[in-house]
Design a protein around this ligand. Structure first.
Ligand SMILES: [Zn+2]
Length: 60
């Protein structure tokens, strides 16, 4: 199973998926597909690991 997480863009609040191995804790920047903003996982407005979505409502 490929590690995937949902991240929320800090600029436009758009949500998209990214690969955990590439971006979680690596310092690599992701590009928001909605507004083309570049940011790291530390800067993301929200991070949700695949499978957790909807299971923990209200968490941050
Ligand atoms: Zn964005």
């Amino acid at each position: 199973m490929v590690g995937i997480f949902w991240c929320t863009c800090p600029k436009c609040s758009g949500e998209f998926m990214a690969q955990t191995a590439d971006f979680r804790g690596t310092g690599n920047q992701m590009m928001c597909p909605f507004c083309s903003h570049w940011f790291t996982d530390d800067e993301a407005a929200k991070i949700v690991s695949h499978g957790e979505r909807g299971a923990t409502g209200g968490h941050l």
